[in-house]
Design a protein around this ligand. Structure first.
Ligand code: DX5
Ligand code: ZN
Length: 224
């Protein structure tokens, strides 16, 4: 099933409750929550207290993307604060510690996920594939909303789609960065089924139509 995950990084933080309500009202599937630590990426965003407050105002699944060093230190806290999906970057720690983070998320009865930066090959997901409920492919360098989509990530999305279909068919494949109606179609064709969208969603004149157009791509691309 195709899913849309609007990113609140592009929300108006002075009206965050209103903007989270607008995500639910649009028919979107997840709320994407970008956590940045100023080390793993050159930017700071928001963290646990904001997640707890967002949890109180929506029943949509919270898709938490941790752009932080050594995420094993924090994944349990994000699960306890209300995350449903917790995504860690494979570049952020040793294989042993990434495995430990994913196991911790699973033990909290939440959905473990990994993310690959643009320079990280599809094969880097292999050691974790069986442990994951979702794999996120960055289609921009992580750190900022509003950047241009990297079309050269599409072969990586296709490669991961093949790995997932063979080894863990229930796993979702998500793309993040520069996703709008045009670039979502390219991602869909390559095998993605979850679409993070920040600036394009919040700028859309009609957010519900924007979300429906991405949902409809499932039939256009002949995938399910
Ligand atoms: C970037 C974040 C994204 C960001 C996407 O590091 O991970 O989730 O919000 O924003 P757009 O859709 O504007 O590229
Ligand atoms: Zn993100």
């Amino acid at each position: 099933m195709f899913k849309v995950a609007p990113s609140i990084l592009s929300a108006d933080f002075a009206n965050l409750g209103r903007d989270v309500a607008s995500i639910a009202g649009s028919g979107a599937d997840y709320v994407h929550f970008d956590v940045m630590d100023g080390n793993f990426v050159p930017n700071l965003s928001f963290g646990l207290p904001v997640l707890r407050d967002v949890r109180r105002v929506t029943s949509l699944p919270l898709d938490v993307h941790l752009m932080i060093d050594r995420p094993v230190r924090y994944v349990g806290h994000f699960c306890d604060a209300g995350a449903d999906i917790v995504t860690v970057h494979v570049e952020a720690d040793s294989e042993e510690n990434i495995r430990e983070a994913l196991t911790c998320i699973r033990n909290k009865r939440k959905r473990p996920a990994i993310c690959l930066k643009p320079g990280t090959p599809a094969e880097a997901a292999a050691p974790y594939l069986a442990l994951c409920s979702l794999i996120l492919v960055m289609t921009v360098e992580p750190g900022f909303g509003g950047q241009s989509f990297m079309a050269d990530m599409m072969p990586k999305v296709s490669a991961l789609r093949h790995m997932i279909d063979r080894q863990n068919p229930g796993c979702e494949l998500e793309v993040d960065g520069g996703v709008d109606l045009k670039t979502a179609l390219a991602c869909a064709g390559a095998g993605a089924n979850v679409f993070v969208t920040g600036s394009a969603f919040f700028k859309a004149a009609d957010r519900a139509s924007f979300v429906s157009a991405i949902h409809a791509m499932e039939h256009e691309t002949g995938r399910n």
